[in-house]
Design a protein around this ligand. Structure first.
Ligand SMILES: Cc1cc2nc3c(=O)[nH]c(=O)nc-3n(C[C@H](O)[C@H](O)[C@H](O)COP(=O)(O)O)c2cc1C
Length: 174
């Protein structure tokens, strides 16, 4: 038993079970982004809810990518990536960029190449263009940290939210 396994056993008496872990995390509502990049002229992208701000100075953001992702190997060799923050009417796009059996950038996906080449999706709430800053292997995921080179807000008021396996909208208190 490792030191951390001993610590876990001291708290709960047993290792946390996978279902309980997933259910607890599903209660945490998250915004939805699509990370895009371009490698050798080919666009790549995947849906993520693990996006987060990290630092204001320097301006850093992060996301976690599954080690088993088939998109990440191409994405990691790109010299920059874009974060497309989805709007509440873009759940279909979020689903599309998590599917393996479609060309994610074919119709009806609407996008244009950004100033450095990474695809920018149309009608998103905001997008950020990031330079690779750091990657860290963490468990079965890779933490990817990006230095923000450009940030543009298009429509701040209607984010897409993911909660308990469903997409929804955000309602602010009056
Ligand atoms: C709502 C939602 C959120 C997701 N968040 C992440 C994430 O944060 N990190 C990740 O690696 N995969 C995440 N995924 C899964 C990836 O989008 C998907 O597994 C991946 O794109 C599969 O294809 P790939 O082999 O091209 O990576 C998410 C999927 C959905 C639908």
């Amino acid at each position: 038993m490792t030191e951390s396994q001993r610590a876990v056993a001291a708290v709960s008496g047993s290792p946390v079970d996978a279902d309980g872990f997933r259910q607890a995390l599903a209660v945490h509502a998250a915004g939805v982004v699509i990370i895009t990049a371009q490698t050798d002229g080919i666009p790549t992208g995947l849906t993520a809810t693990s996006f987060s701000s990290v630092s204001l100075d320097p301006p850093l953001v992060s996301f976690y990518v599954d080690r088993s992702s088939t998109t990440w190997p191409a994405m990691r060799s790109a010299d920059h990536f874009a974060v497309n923050v989805l709007a509440s009417d873009q759940a279909d796009l979020a689903v599309r960029f998590a599917r393996k059996d479609v060309d994610r950038f074919a119709e009806p996906t609407r996008w244009r190449p950004g100033p450095l080449g990474a695809p920018l999706l149309k009608d998103v709430s905001a997008h950020l263009i990031c330079l690779p800053h750091d990657t860290v292997d963490v468990g079965d995921h890779i933490l990817v940290v990006g230095l923000v080179a450009d940030a543009r807000v298009h429509s701040p008021g209607r984010p897409l939210i993911y909660h308990q396996g469903r997409f929804g909208r955000f309602f602010a208190y009056p």
